[in-house]
Every structure is written in structure tokens, then in C-alpha cells.
Write a protein that binds this ligand. Structure first.
Ligand code: SAH
Length: 426
């Protein structure tokens, strides 16, 4: 019976690369002979990687699943500061392309045995001599292991041009090291049955190459006389959403601010209407005009409210200017609609929501970002987010006023129209 591997051998090879990535945290990784991008699919979750590239001579293979490399909805909904760009190229590993220089890790998994031997020489020159990555992982079948397979003599795959013994692989690898300044360690995946391991070795043999210190240090050697060559064809590229992108940062901050401000408004209203007692009850609201609470009364209201995160309300006096606005811009006799508005101090939001402080860095940054956003309405001095209460018809509004007065609910009624305008029209 043929040896059975668990997990399957192809997964073990990819896991070997993933374990290497976890330990060494390369930022720029290219998978040569990426085929249907299966390894790239796994690597994209390792977000220390900032540039992930796949190359294959067979463009049709790449295209089969390349769209699976696109960001998922969670990447958009909860972007992080990590940056990831993915690029896929159709091209041959026997040809140079300047975009592949300066990588931290090059992987070549079960690729070289598909190349005619003359091309293996070119591959060595391109990868170790031109791309000069910090590390290279090369895996290839171990011919000695084939004796454990009960199959007619020959190679494991019809497209294989050769399958090397451990000695042949070693001889090639050591020559590469000598020529291009690398050190290599030999290992593998796919263990032979007990008692046979030493005799046949691993099913897939692996060489892990590391560039020797002092030899061609990444980008430093790139300013050479040779002109940059671009021989590969870009088939796909995508930038993952990242908070380093200002638009995305703004979007996340705004939605976070609106979420927390709404939540505080609701909790405060519920508390004021006696439905609950909540430590989030921070929002300050002011009645406009006659119904407005007196300043001292308001101050008492504010002082009562210590936040869950220790923030205190500031002297409400500094926020007493009224924000008045009409829904329609113009007042209408028949359906007079009025906004009421709750003002949630930015400082309270900032100190209560750790994500906001982590993302914005400082309160003034946060204010600056919000000032430019059409979705957020800030108070005149920019110190508070203004949230509209639901629009209501005037009659309902009046009823509400009574109710709210009864309940001591000091939410503000604001109108953009001046009192004069109001009087003119009634
Ligand atoms: N690395 C993949 C697939 C290996 S099969 C895996 O781990 O599953 C070998 C792949 O090498 C094929 O997709 C083939 O198209 C590609 N290939 C063969 N010759 C190539 C060349 N000269 N340059 C780039 N890719 C090549």
C-alpha cells in the first residue's frame, strides 16, 4: 500500500511555509509557480506580510481562483492598520523582472522539477543572483522516496523533467550557495514509515536558504548599471483596506463616533424619562427659549453625571449657545417640523471609547477629522457632536414638550430660524 500522509502532503508543504512565515515575519513574500494561488490564499491571513506576490507561467491557472484573494467584507468592516497589497503576475522564473527584487522570502514549492535542467540554472541565477531575497524555500520531490510508492518506475507527475535524490538536490543547493552567497539547511515533509526514514528521507525534500550577512543587502544593491526590466504581465492587484488610508480612517472614526454618540443619547434619554439608570448618561441637552432649564439647574444636571470612564461634564455654560434648525430650511405653515438636538461632548466620547482615542491619537485630531465630514454635525465651537432627535410634526412636538417637561427631560429644541422669523410666520 502507498504511504498515506495526514495531513495531505500538499498541505504539509504549505504549512511548512506558514510556520516559517510565523517565525520570521517577512514583509514581502513571493510564491513562484503559484498555480491556483492556494498558498497565497493561506498567506494573506498573516498580516505581517505587506506585499504578497504570485508568479506563474500559466496565466489561466492563476485566473481560476485569483478573485478569492480579494478582501473579505470583514476586512472592509473592521479594517486594521495592517497594510497588504497582493499582485499576481504571469511570467517565467527564468526571466528577470525588477518588481521581484528585494523580497524577504521567495517560495518555490514543487516548481523546479517542472523546468528543463538548463532552466534550473537560469532559475538559480534569477532567484539567487538577481532577486537576492533574504530567504528562499525550495521544495522538490525526493526520488529516493518513490520506492515506497507501488507504481511503475518513473516520475510522480507527467510534467516532471527530473526528480532528484537527496544527494542531487544537495549538490545543486550547495553550488547555489557558493555562487550567490547563501547558506542552506535541508529538511522536508512527508515522513516515511518508521524504520525507513533514514534510508529514504522525506517524500518532499526542502532546502531553506538564507542570504549570508554582508552579501547583497536587499535594495542596497539595486542601483546597479543594468536597466530595470519588466517582463512579467500583471494579472491582478489589490490593496487591502487599511487605516493608514485617510479616507478609511475617517469612515471608521465617523461611524464609531455616531454609534457611541447615539448610544449615549439613547441611554441618557432613557435615564431622563425614568426608564433606566445608566452610567452612560452623559449627554447634555438644553431647552431653547422659555422651556430651557436655567443655567444653574443645568449645571446641577451635569454635575450629577460622572461617566463610566471617569469623564466629567464640563461647565455647561460654555455650550449654551443654541443650535436651532429647521428640517426644511424654510418653515411651513402646514407641516411645521422641528428638530430637537442632543449635544454629546467630544471629550466624553473620546475618553469613553478607547477605539476612538487609539485611532485618532488626540482629541484635536478627532475634531479636525469630524469637521470635514458631512455626516457629522458639530457644535459651533467644535466641542460636541449634535444629534437630531426624530423629526416630528409640530403638534406632536407640542405634546412631546408637555410630556418631556413633565418628565424633566431637558433635551434641547433647536431651530435654525431666528425667533423673529418664527414670529413673522405664526
Ligand atoms: N506551487 C504550487 C504548484 C506547483 S505545480 C503548489 O504548491 O501547489 C508547478 C507550477 O509551476 C505550475 O503551476 C506551473 O504552471 C508552474 N511553472 C512551470 N514552469 C514555470 C516557469 N518557467 N515559470 C513560472 N512558473 C512555472
Amino acid at each position: 500500500m502507498d504511504p498515506v500522509f495526514s495531513p495531505p502532503l500538499h498541505r504539509q508543504r504549505h504549512q511548512f511555509v506558514i510556520d516559517f512565515v510565523k517565525r520570521n515575519k517577512p514583509k514581502k513574500v513571493v510564491d513562484l509557480g503559484c498555480s491556483e494561488c492556494n498558498l497565497l490564499q493561506k498567506l494573506k491571513f498573516h498580516r505581517e506580510i505587506e506585499l504578497l506576490v504570485g508568479v506563474d507561467i500559466n496565466g489561466a491557472n492563476i485566473k481560476k481562483k485569483m478573485h478569492g484573494l480579494a478582501p473579505m467584507s470583514t476586512d472592509y468592516l473592521q479594517p486594521s492598520f495592517d497594510q497588504l497589497r497582493i499582485e499576481l503576475y504571469q511570467g517565467s522564473v527564468t526571466q528577470e523582472d525588477a518588481r521581484l527584487r528585494g523580497f524577504d522570502l521567495v517560495t518555490s514549492i514543487e516548481l523546479i522539477e517542472h523546468l528543463p535542467l538548463a532552466d534550473v540554472e537560469r532559475f538559480s541565477k534569477v532567484v539567487f543572483g538577481y532577486m537576492t531575497p533574504v530567504a528562499v524555500i525550495v521544495s522538490t520531490p525526493n526520488f529516493e522516496f518513490n520506492h515506497l510508492f507501488h507504481q511503475p518506475a518513473g516520475f510522480r507527475h507527467s510534467d516532471h523533467k527530473f526528480e532528484w535524490t537527496r544527494a542531487e538536490f544537495k549538490s545543486w543547493a550547495l553550488k547555489v550557495c557558493l555562487e550567490y552567497g547563501y547558506a542552506v539547511e535541508f529538511t522536508g515533509v512527508g515522513q516515511a514509515p518508521p524504520g525507513q526514514q533514514e534510508r529514504v528521507g522525506f517524500c518532499s525534500q526542502i532546502g531553506v536558504f538564507r542570504r549570508l550577512e554582508g552579501r547583497q543587502n536587499g535594495n542596497m544593491s539595486f542601483g546597479d548599471d543594468a536597466e530595470d526590466v519588466f517582463q512579467y504581465t500583471l494579472l491582478y492587484s489589490i490593496n487591502y483596506p487599511s487605516l493608514h488610508n485617510n479616507n478609511i480612517l475617517q469612515r471608521v472614526l465617523v461611524s464609531e463616533v455616531l454609534y457611541w454618540a447615539e448610544k449615549m443619547k439613547r441611554n441618557w434619554i432613557e435615564e431622563k424619562t425614568g426608564e433606566r439608570d445608566d452610567t452612560y448618561a452623559l449627554c447634555r441637552a438644553e431647552w431653547e427659549g422659555e422651556e430651557c432649564l436655567g443655567a444653574s439647574e443645568q449645571h446641577m444636571e451635569m454635575e450629577d453625571k460622572q461617566t463610566a470612564c471617569g469623564a466629567e461634564m464640563k461647565n455647561p455654560g460654555e455650550h449654551q449657545e443654541s443650535e436651532l434648525f429647521w428640517t426644511n430650511g424654510e418653515r411651513q405653515q402646514e407641516s411645521l417640523r422641528l428638530h430637537r438636538c442632543v449635544s454629546v461632548p467630544l471629550a466624553v466620547l473620546w475618553s469613553c471609547c478607547p477605539k476612538l482615542s487609539a485611532l485618532s491619537g488626540s482629541l484635536s485630531n478627532l475634531r479636525h477629522i469630524l469637521m470635514n465630514d458631512p455626516e457629522v454635525k458639530l457644535s459651533h465651537d467644535g466641542s460636541a457632536v449634535l444629534l437630531n432627535d426624530q423629526e416630528q410634526d409640530l403638534e406632536e412636538e407640542e405634546e412631546d414638550h408637555d410630556d418631556l417637561e413633565d418628565s424633566g427631560y431637558p433635551i434641547c429644541s433647536h431651530s435654525v430660524e431666528t425667533e423673529e422669523d418664527w414670529e413673522k410666520n405664526v
